[in-house]
Design a protein around this ligand. Sequence first.
Ligand code: 3EB
Length: 369
Amino acid sequence: MNSQFSHKKSGVGSALGVPSKWGMSSALASSPSPDALTVRYVHVSGLSQVLEFEPPHILAVINHGERHSKSANENGLNIDVNLPQFFQPRVLEIWKSSSPVLCEQVHGIRLAFTDETVFGCLEVQESSGGVLEDVARSGYEQIFEYCARSGFSHLLRMWNYFPYINADQSGLERYKRFCLGRHQAFSAYYKDFASILPAASAVGTQGGPFQVLFLAGKHAGKPLENPRQISAYEYPPMYGPESPSFARATLHRTARGGQLFVSGTASIVGHATQHQGDPAKQTLETLSNIDAVLNRVRHEGLESCGALSSEGLLKVFVRNQEDWPAVREVLEGHEHGNGPILCVQGEMCRKELLVEIEGIWNLASLPHE
Ligand code: 3EB
């Protein structure tokens, strides 16, 4: 199956260097179906080639780490996320549609959209006297307002980035304040919001604005939970005055395939952090959590629009640079270490968490549509 894509088992380093199935040459060789989304990692030096072939179809180019000068993408969004990459050469995360893309800005939100899907980016500079729940609440309300008005009413995936995530702000940790504001916005805009929550990640940066990146569509995705974990939106109050508002994954199905977006996943079983101080064991536990979500999709009849790809596109967040070798070793010994991986330094929402992993798995197109 997929013989042109099959690669020998390779370490994380080489998987990073040559994104296989998501790589440039194979993506150009395949004929994408209408409104298909693709996400891949491309070396900074390969960007111009991508832009030359695909400019009207790029939704977003996301640059993790130091800014690079030639982000010459004039069509989609250029987004800088202040999370340094562990490897050279650095890669860019590129979101592409098979349909033409248009861009606009609505209030503070930059947008790139097709007929079916929108990629958005909201960035707010925090002011010195303010508290994060106010920034989060108003940012989320702006996004919900845009989604309702534009017809892209269904949030499919969100990423939250802001600095000093574990720092105290006037007596409450900033991540908890973020959860509070996000919860206030969700509960004001959606009744029974637990059933519409998208997959999400929340990661602490080394500085810069409060950022929310999002993908939304005209059709709802299916939120999924993890049988090994209590739903985040049902976490007990010991983790903050309001629980985190996200689903463990979103299954985004289109007529011809789709994606499974797996949220930032950590070493949490039930609601408790596992393996404090041990980055290798935390990585293994995290991969078990991801497998539990993938197995739900594979074994509960959720693959009705095509089989889930064996290989995902992973993003790994590691809190401490010195833990990276341990995390890498576990990944290299695991089947999820075989695909493209972007590794960045970032802070998790709980101080004890040393690593977090998110991913995207494709649903294969049905052959005869
Ligand atoms: C967890 O499972 C780990 O607040 O949006 C992962 C993904 C985590 C998203 C969020 C938090 C968030 O609770 C932390």
